[in-house]
Design a protein around this ligand. Structure first.
Ligand code: PEP
Ligand code: MG
Length: 583
């Protein structure tokens, strides 16, 4: 019997194939108390299992194909780091010593504690890193049980290339098995738009839908399934006519993809000749490679918090940060790299670095000590990051981007600290670009409305539509219960974007959009018509957005875009948007 499931589309395209179910890797563990004489032996068992998982991760790393996406190596490194992290290792051993838990019990208990902290994290991206810890613990538990530590394990052997993986969740390291297109796509019960699984899927170009609740329980081994990664739909046992329709769409898409590649080296300009910059959003220094591959003319947003998230006990030191920023800058071969200072909030990993009280108890963490607010409350940490970024500016074009600014005094304090970081580098005889440009994210409605404060003080602006929508509409971007109200086309959101673009243009201050709206080809014309000339997005979106730019004429967009902005009733907005699409 045919049925359809819905989830979150995370990687575009259509996959048609047989379901290959990967059983949940979670193991039931024994719970018992041990005697004092068994403590050291129990710890020794743990060390042996830990070593075994290390060996397996090393083997996975060594097996990586030379052209494997850079994320893959990074994910293995993240798991190796978690495996050594004191929050996991030392605290677990302490539970064995103090509570006399058997090691499996101690490990799952410690996982529970860490999970609770992660659940409280406001930032969706960081919160999803909980899955990495769970996957590492799962591997160690399997090693303790003497089982193979690979979740996919033998699944890959003998799998034919029409398989679609269906799993409760997939460890990023296990995603390595997807290399060389062994599988057509995948579906998971868990996950969100920014989960590692989603990130890898996007980088591999495999159609994927995540957060398809109960998929792994409802879909059976070998069921014929269609994954529509554009719409987050999974059709199980489709009727022949549905299958035919999707096969047709699949071949159309393959053709489209091939055509898009031809655009890679063409200049990005509208039909009327206006030059448009398409930049990339990156999370890791090695992502610079994908950015260049996609034809990005720079990095418009380097989310540096990714570098910080695995350091539970201390932040990366200046040298380590400098090295990461420099690699990104060098990786872009002289193109500009916009490095955003850390954007974290009420989260545990940073709490343990001397952040003080209040993070875990904040009633509304999204409105709390997040991003620049946190950085200004931790000036030494902030200065370390600023020095590291400034030092990287000696190796290429670097811009500094500050998240979540709203108040004049926050901007002034930030600029003071940048001056102080420069002074410190001068004293130490370290080089940097003295003219490095400093910009602000416009992602709080107050910042958009009071944009003259920013234009007077800063060199450039970047509109963060993800948060601008969240704060304008009072919709938690991570809360499923209100996800249907998260609307980029709400007139209030469009007005704030238009206002920012207009005022920045009037003041001659460069402005870009780096939120998800910039990578949505259905919004490209609207943004162009509002005056946007610089977009920054995930590299996988770049060519499809470029195609829209090449087909657009700013002159014919003027009137319909003005109509969109003059409309408030949803039907009128939609009608005007149709005229924008047709212009
Ligand atoms: C945004 O808010 O639009 C943005 C780009 O920042 P982040 O998604 O990292 O919050
Ligand atoms: Mg943001």
């Amino acid at each position: 019997m045919s049925f359809t499931l819905h989830g979150i589309p995370v990687s575009r395209g259509i996959a048609i194939g047989r379901a290959y179910l990967i059983a949940p890797a979670a193991l039931d563990v024994d719970h018992y108390l041990i005697g004092p004489a068994q403590i050291e032996g129990e710890i020794e068992r743990f060390r042996t299992a830990q070593q075994r998982v290390h060996t397996e991760l090393d083997a996975l790393r060594a097996d990586l194909a030379a052209d494997a996406p850079s994320e893959m190596g990074a994910f293995i490194n993240v798991h190796s780091m978690i495996l050594n992290d004191a929050m996991l290792v030392q605290e677990t051993i302490d539970l064995v010593r103090t509570r006399r838990y058997n090691i499996e019990w101690a490990l799952t208990e410690q996982l529970e504690r860490l999970s609770r902290h992660f659940d409280d994290i406001e930032d969706e991206y960081l919160r999803e890193r909980k899955a990495d810890i769970e996957q590492v613990v799962e591997r160690v538990l399997k090693a303790l049980a003497g089982a193979s530590t690979s979740t996919l394990g033998d699944a890959v052997h003998g799998a034919c290339n029409e398989m679609i993986v269906v799993a409760h969740d997939i460890a990023p390291a296990d995603m390595l098995q997807f290399k060389t297109q062994t599988f057509q796509g995948f579906v998971t019960d868990l996950g969100g738009r920014t989960s590692h699984t989603a990130i890898v899927a996007r980088s591999l170009g495999i159609p994927a839908t995540v957060g398809v609740q109960h998929a792994s329980a409802l879909i059976r081994q070998d069921d014929l399934i269609i994954v529509d990664g554009d719409h987050g739909i999974v059709i199980v046992d489709p009727a022949p006519i549905v299958l035919e329709e999707y096969s047709y769409r699949q071949s159309e898409k393959a053709l489209e993809q091939r055509k898009l590649q031809r655009l890679k080296f063409s200049p990005t300009q509208t039909l009327c000749g206006t030059k448009i910059e398409l930049c990339a959003n990156i999370e890791l220094p090695d992502d610079a490679h994908a950015a260049l591959e996609a034809g990005a003319t720079g990095v418009g947003l380097f989310r540096t918090e990714f570098l910080f998230m695995n350091h539970k006990q201390h932040l990366p030191q200046e040298e380590e940060q400098f090295d990461a920023y420099r690699r990104a800058v060098e990786g872009m071969n002289g193109l500009p790299v916009t490095i955003r200072t850390i954007d974290v909030g009420a989260d545990k990993p940073l709490d343990s670095m001397g952040g003080g009280d209040g993070y875990e108890t904040a009633a509304n963490p999204a409105l709390g000590l997040r991003a620049i607010r946190w950085s200004l409350s931790e000036p030494q940490m902030f200065l370390t990051q600023l020095r590291a970024i400034l030092r990287a500016s000696a190796f290429g074009q670097v811009k500094i981007l500050i998240p979540m600014l709203a108040h004049a005094q926050e901007i002034d304090q930030t600029l003071d600290l940048i001056r102080e970081a420069k002074r410190q580098l001068d004293d130490a005889g370290l080089v940097y670009d003295p003219n490095v440009r400093v910009g602000a994210m416009i992602e709080i409605p107050a910042a958009a409305i009071a944009v003259p404060l920013f234009l007077k003080r800063l060199d450039f602006l970047s509109i963060g539509t993800n948060d601008l929508i969240q704060y304008t509409l009072a919709i938690d971007r991570a809360d499923n219960a209100v996800a249907h109200l998260y609307d980029p086309l709400h007139p209030a959101v469009l007005h704030l974007i238009a206002l920012t673009l207009r005022e920045a243009k009037r003041a001659g201050v460069p402005v870009s959009v780096c939120g998800e709206m910039a990578g949505d080809p259905t919004l490209t014309r609207l943004l162009l018509g509002m005056g946007l000339t610089e977009f920054s997005m995930h590299p996988s979106q770049l060519l499809v957005v470029k195609q829209e730019v090449l087909r657009s004429n700013l002159k014919t967009l003027e009137k319909p875009v003005a109509d969109v902005l003059a409309s408030f009733e949803p039907e009128e907005v939609q009608a005007a948007l149709r005229r924008v699409a047709a212009a």
